[in-house]
Write a protein that binds this ligand. Structure first.
Ligand SMILES: [Ca+2]
Length: 102
């Protein structure tokens, strides 16, 4: 449950927000499994984001998980019907980048 704070108790950066915005419940669509190579990807506490990772004009998927690693799933389909055949961790100098969690 999200509770509104009285305006006098809000941190300065939140004061411009109207209290009704803080009370609004998010409207979420039902979850959809993401398949990679025909099987659902497993990621605990997944934090997905959509971005054109390889600048080919097709939206790819980044998925962070509880361990702090971030996977990139490059879309080999279309934006309307994305297809992901493989995934890999985001790497830097040969090591998987870990951004932490929590
Ligand atoms: Ca892309």
């Amino acid at each position: 449950m999200i509770r509104a704070c009285p305006p006098s108790r809000l941190p300065p950066l939140l004061e411009p927000l109207e209290p009704r915005l803080l009370l609004a419940a998010p409207e979420l669509e039902p979850g959809v499994p993401v398949n990679v190579g025909g099987s659902p990807i497993q990621a605990s506490y997944a934090a997905p984001d959509v971005v054109d990772w390889n600048a080919d004009g097709k939206k790819d998927l980044l998925v962070g998980d509880y361990s702090g690693y971030v996977r990139v799933l490059v879309n080999v389909g279309t934006n309307a019907a994305p297809v992901f055949s493989t995934w890999s961790y985001i790497n830097c100098a040969g090591s998987a980048v870990r951004v932490g969690s929590g």
